[in-house]
Design a protein around this ligand. Structure first.
Ligand code: NAX
Length: 323
């Protein structure tokens, strides 16, 4: 029997509440039967007991076990896992400086990276969703000495979905007819959603693309918070499930994901950067040879610069040892 052991951190949170049924419902890992480990901070563990009960009550046919773990017990929470969704993160609270946010999350992802290295299978694949996801992913990767860097990813699929939908609406074509839309840079308000290489082709001379479309995608998360009073959850969970599918299937279809840069598309090497990607010989690699206008290139560079600044701050905070 094909079995897989999966961990989800932030399991008592709102994204996980949508993601867990997708995983156990068999929508992510194909026919594999699943051992699921739910991890959250100690005060949230009692709530996790309720999530466990609900999943038992679904009697999922793919489910072998569901257990709750405290983030203080990653030796159990990450034991022998094949796939990790790192969703849990510390939110930015009112008045918090960006450096404080990086520092708080950096310490979480440092511990998680070390624990993945110590307790997960060396073949584990790791998808970071918790923000700032690119830099959190980098920190976890740097502390996971026993796991190849190529097995770390940060999610930009939700941004791609947001962009594809808006393009389909603008062009008045079916969503599935819109292809080759990719996110460049950071999962943040500086990201560049590339309309210039989308299929069907768009009219670049129309200022709507740069003046309306780009900022709309960049700030869509904030717009959802404004309308819903809570951040994206269903759409984020769906994007995480789909990204995991691409990863476990080693898909040769191109998709948006942030991963260790090899300098692709002019990105700074050794950072976790989103560019068009696909699996080639089992490794997630840059896809295509897309070119960009001068103005788009400047936007892409601004997002790369933001990632570089986050990295510099993380170095200053001593969250990564340079060796
Ligand atoms: P919630 O606040 O609902 O849940 C977060 C959960 O993480 C909480 O239960 C909290 O106790 C837990 N947690 C905190 N520290 C932890 C630790 N050290 N170990 C384990 N669990 C821990 O947030 P939710 O809406 O689920 O969002 C989760 C994260 O996803 C946030 O950082 C959010 O910013 C990020 N997002 C990322 C997106 C992306 O595209 N990459 C889009 C959606 C979302 O904004």
């Amino acid at each position: 029997m094909n079995e897989i052991t999966v961990a989800i951190t932030g399991a008592a949170g709102q994204i996980a509440y949508q993601l867990i049924p997708m995983v156990l419902g068999g929508h992510v890992f194909g026919d594999a039967k699943i051992h699921l480990k739910l991890v959250d901070i100690p005060v949230a563990v009692p709530k996790l007991a309720g999530v466990v009960m609900e999943m038992e009550d679904c009697a999922w046919s793919h489910m072998l076990s569901v257990e709750a773990f405290s983030s203080d017990a990653l030796d159990q929470g990450f034991k022998d896992i094949d796939f990790a969704f790192l969703v849990g993160a510390s939110p930015r609270t009112k008045g918090m400086e960006r450096a404080d946010l990086l520092s708080k999350n950096g310490n979480i992802f440092k511990v998680q990276g070390q624990a993945l290295s110590d307790y997960a299978k060396p073949s584990v694949e790791v998808l970071v969703v918790g923000n700032p996801c690119n830099t959190n992913c980098l920190i976890a990767m740097k502390h996971a000495r026993n796991i190849p860097d190529t097995q770390f990813y940060a999610m930009t699929m939700l941004d791609e979905h947001r962009a594809r939908y808006q393009i389909s609406r603008r062009l008045n074509v079916a969503i599935d007819a819109v292809k080759e839309v990719f996110i460049y840079g950071n999962h943040s308000a500086t990201q560049f959603p590339d309309y210039e290489n989308a299929k069907p082709a768009v009219d670049h001379s129309d200022p709507w693309w740069q003046e309306t479309f780009v900022p709309m995608i960049q700030t869509r998360g904030a717009a959802v918070i404004q309308a819903r009073g809570a951040s994206s959850a269903a759409s984020a969970a769906y994007a995480a499930a789909q990204t995991a599918q691409f990863i476990v299937q080693k898909s040769d279809q191109p998709f948006s994901v942030a991963r260790l840069s090899m300098g692709d598309y002019g990105s700074p090497e050794d950072l976790i950067v989103s560019v068009p990607s696909y699996f080639k010989d089992g490794i997630c690699t840059a896809y295509g040879k897309y070119t960009h206008s001068e103005s788009a290139s400047a936007l892409i560079q601004a997002s790369y610069d933001e990632l570089q600044a986050e990295y510099d701050q993380v170095l200053e905070l001593g969250l990564i040892d340079v060796d």
